[in-house]
Ligand binder design. Structure first.
Ligand SMILES: Cc1cc2nc3c(=O)[nH]c(=O)nc-3n(C[C@H](O)[C@H](O)[C@H](O)COP(=O)(O)OP(=O)(O)OC[C@H]3O[C@@H](n4cnc5c(N)ncnc54)[C@H](O)[C@@H]3O)c2cc1C
Length: 806
């Protein structure tokens, strides 16, 4: 067969004719970008989309992701009217049931958050659930949620309808053309190579489903996803199964249900998944399935027969086994690849690509057109990963776990256990021997808390955690004596070159033109005046800056800064692995330093926000007078090869000063107590410094920096939300973050962070309170605040200043 004709150039080339590619094409075209070519190696939907079950739910973990799903539901309900092609969309509602008490708590927490995000949800009794879903056994249920706006769609029809909507506006869709490579010039994609010729282009959107890892690799782009076998059964007609039957999810049984032509589609997320160990994924795997595996499906089948006894006698038409790609953290992958400019990705949908693609396609189109994400999409942002995440052994092992976690009981601050340990500080073995319990971030093993002498795992839970006593002892040491934190995982870069200052001044909201030896805390803002990051920057030379940022932001911030360099003469180097960071904090830190260093670290010799190189034992380190937890202390930046020596020196001398090892749970609680904001919680691409109360780190008098105009505008119009700090009125209540904040009974926001304050003897939370613009600071004090913890309302006391000031 001759290869189909393709244009020689296009503004955007989309790779993949599944639902993600078609939705991206539709949304680009809707925004007027019609010079778009979509290439599909097989036929539209022939990859994974054609065999999806088609459940479309709206509840997501965050406000923006929920809004994205709600948009998808709206789009799917209107699309047929617009294109004339049926989508199979049916607003049948969905019931989520709980059969274990802890699941009920999880469900109630989810409902409180969903309500706060604007989803119509209702808590119902088992009897009410039984009325809505009559074929279900309810005697062992403890509660359920009813989400009337959820629904189901026919994935193939929906995708064809999106494709038609794109075509109607001028997008060219070509089937039977495979992308085989890319043209990259000056770090940007400028063309794609295909088996039918080359296309010059300005942008690429890789929407290649499970093929995206291998297609991305052709351009040097890391897309960490891995396929797993994924199953559902389709039955023949069953009495009592009617077309208006809602979708039903029973996460305790790991299963879901959907009605289809009078029978049931029943599938699920088994706790131990089965990766599809095929590498590379064959190009011609189109409209194909994998062999049945009843043994593997058994656990789902047994649970389903328990929940819906009618399945015992139902005739099964098919056990469908189709591969779907999963990611290391269970969220999909969206955005501009940090490795190659104008190369965008939407892939790795973790069996929620039908529900998510409507919104994801719009977000991707907005990002391509606008040059930056239009909202806070950090949890799905491709830049939350680094190239090491594409290691295939890692991905394979993690997929066994991550698929299963979809319906498993999820606990606050639960850690994944597979493919660990990965990145380790030089102190890892020492800290392990001292009882450190680790969490993983950006691949780094980081001590969360120390439980010396305790064997076995401490249990997860929703109430006050088992680790709290250990954590409070660490917090006490920081406030009353001193503690040492291993913060080696901080992301660190060197920005060097003739224009380094010029670049930083353009990107930073604060004034970076400071003498050598100074430290500046600054925001990086986008054009909307919202946070892309917040950095601590040390001026180490005339044309050299040492930049420190959060552990999870290594890729993201490097991408933002490198892009911001533009034509200027400066180079950013990631030096994360070269430096350990040991923070020694607390009122006795100064005395401890005196004991181990001949250098003068007194308040007069080194003022706040200064650094200097000091001798410490036999080693040297850069001592920076900054504190994230509040109070006196230094962050020591130590070349990794000296880290063990410096740590041992401090720990030996520290015995006289009450020095204790402390972990990240303590850091988090202490920084909340001290009112310090965190990126990813209080600071995000939808929050401005005016809203976050961080104008001290912004110099509006500086002539020009990204975000300045937007901030000046917001100063005029006023803000519509303000960050506030609260203490919980009930000392026994334990929030984890994400809980809804109510003012006079009405939802006004969510807790962005929560921690237990040792000083107050109760939990403290931060969160944005929303109100009509202009929302004056004084107006924050009006009203009675409460926090909705799993349906229980706990009184909140507004804290005009942080619980700890220092
Ligand atoms: C059993 C099962 C049940 C599911 N149930 C649901 C559900 O109920 N709800 C839900 O939301 N999701 C569900 N999903 C998930 C959903 O099917 C996927 O997330 C979604 O279809 C992914 O869409 P996509 O466009 O990313 O990928 P695909 O549909 O796989 O599209 C990618 C396309 O890219 C093409 N391509 C790849 N490489 C190239 C190349 N080099 N050149 C040209 N073309 C290329 C492929 O041929 C393919 O057609 C389910 C999945 C499975 C397996």
């Amino acid at each position: 067969m001759p290869a189909p004709a393709i244009p020689s150039q296009a503004r955007v080339v989309i790779i993949g004719g599944g639902i993600a590619g078609c939705s991206t094409a539709y949304h680009l075209a809707k925004e007027g970008w019609t010079d778009v070519v979509l290439l599909e190696q097989g036929r539209l939907t022939s990859g994974t989309t054609w065999h999806a079950a088609g459940l479309v739910g709206q509840m997501r973990a965050s406000r923006t992701m929920t809004r994205m799903s709600m948009y998808g539901v709206k789009l799917y309900s209107e699309l047929e009217q617009e294109t004339g092609l049926a989508t199979g969309w049916k607003r049948c509602g969905s019931v989520n049931v709980a059969s274990r008490p802890e699941r009920l708590v999880a469900l109630k927490r989810q409902l409180a958050a969903a309500r706060s995000f604007g989803v119509d949800v209702e808590f119902i009794t088992p009897a009410e659930a039984g009325k809505i879903y009559p074929i279900m056994r309810t005697d062992d249920l403890v509660g359920a949620a009813w989400i009337p706006g959820d629904g189901k769609a026919n994935p193939t029809d929906l995708t064809q309808s999106l494709a038609k909507g794109a075509r109607m506006r001028g997008v060219k869709i070509v089937e039977g053309v495979r992308v085989t490579g890319f043209e990259i010039k000056n770090g940007r994609v400028v063309g794609v190579r295909t088996n039918a010729g080359n296309i010059a282009c300005d942008y690429v959107a890789l929407c290649g489903g499970q093929w995206s890892r291998q297609v991305g690799a052709m351009a040097g782009v890391s897309v960490p996803l891995y396929s797993a076998e994924h199953f559902y059964i389709v039955t023949k007609k069953i009495a009592g199964v009617t077309p208006d039957l809602p979708v039903m999810r029973d996460p305790d049984g790991f299963i879901y249900y959907k009605e289809e032509v009078g029978g049931l589609v029943m599938g699920g997320f088994e706790p131990v998944a089965k990766p599809w160990k095929v590498d590379p994924i064959p190009d011609d795997f189109q409209f194909q399935l994998l062999p049945e595996d009843w043994d593997h499906f058994e656990i789902l089948m047994q649970n389903a027969i328990h929940r819906t006894p009618c399945l015992e006698t139902a005739e099964v038409r098919q056990l469908l086994n189709g591969p779907e790609s999963f990611t290391p953290d269970g969220n999909f992958i969206l955005g501009e690849a940090p490795e190659v400019g104008n190369f965008f990705v939407a892939a790795g949908f973790n069996s929620a690509g039908i529900a998510n693609s409507g919104g994801a396609g719009r977000l991707l189109a907005e990002w391509i057109i606008g040059g930056e994400p239009s909202t806070d999409i950090w949890e799905v942002d491709i830049r939350r990963y680094a190239p090491f995440n594409s290691n295939r052994a890692q991905l394979q092992d993690r997929t066994v776990e991550s698929l299963g976690l979809h319906y498993a009981m999820r606990w606050p601050r639960q850690e994944m256990v597979s493919a660990r340990p990965l990145r380790r500080s030089p102190l890892y073995d020492r800290l392990t021997a001292k009882g450190a319990r680790f969490g993983q971030k950006m691949g780094w093993e980081r001590p969360l808390y120390f439980a010396p002498g305790v064997t076995g795992e401490l249990p997860y839970g929703f109430e006050k955690p088992a680790w709290l006593a250990h954590c409070l002892a660490e917090q006490k040491a920081v406030r009353e004596a001193c503690a040492i934190f291993d913060q080696t995982s901080f992301s660190k870069y060197l920005l060097q070159g003739r224009d380094a200052l010029k670049v930083l001044q353009r990107l930073s909201a604060n004034d970076m033109d400071v003498p050598i030896g100074r430290i500046v805390y600054t925001a990086l803002l986008n054009t909307r005046g919202c946070f892309e990051s917040d950095l601590t920057v040390m001026r180490t030379g005339e044309a050299e800056f040492f930049i420190v940022t959060g552990t999870s932001q290594t890729t993201r911030d490097a991408h933002w800064i490198r892009r911001g360099i533009g034509e200027d003469f400066a180079v950013l180097t990631d030096v994360t692995g070269a430096w350990s960071v040991l923070s020694v904090m607390g009122p006795k830190a100064a005395a401890l330093f005196k004991a181990v260093s001949p250098d003068d670290l007194s308040d007069d010799a080194i003022k706040p926000n200064r650094f200097k190189t000091i001798d410490i034992g036999y080693a040297q380190a850069r001592a920076a007078r900054v504190s994230y937890v509040g109070g006196p202390g230094f962050e020591l930046y130590v070349p990794v090869e000296f880290a063990a020596l410096v740590y041992d020196t401090l720990v030996t001398a520290g015995k006289d000063f009450g020095l204790r090892d402390a972990g990240y749970h303590a850091i988090d609680a202490l920084r909340i107590e001290a009112g310090r904001r965190a990126f990813g919680a209080e600071l995000s691409p939808v929050d401005t410094p005016l809203e976050a109360g961080l104008m001290f780190a912004v110099k509006l008098t500086k002539p020009d920096f990204i975000g300045r105009e937007a901030l000046l505008r917001q100063k005029q119009t006023g803000v519509a939300k303000r960050l506030a700090m609260f203490a919980l009125d009930e000392p026994e209540a334990f929030p984890w973050g994400g809980e809804g904040i109510l003012r006079d009974g009405k939802p006004v926001g969510e807790a962005s962070s929560a921690g237990f304050s040792g000083l107050l003897g109760r939990a403290v939370v931060m969160g944005y309170v929303r109100a009509d613009r202009p929302f004056e600071p004084a107006a924050l004090q009006a009203g009675r605040y409460e926090l909705d913890i799993a349906g229980k309302r706990i009184g909140l006391t507004l804290l005009p200043k942080p619980a700890f000031v220092g």
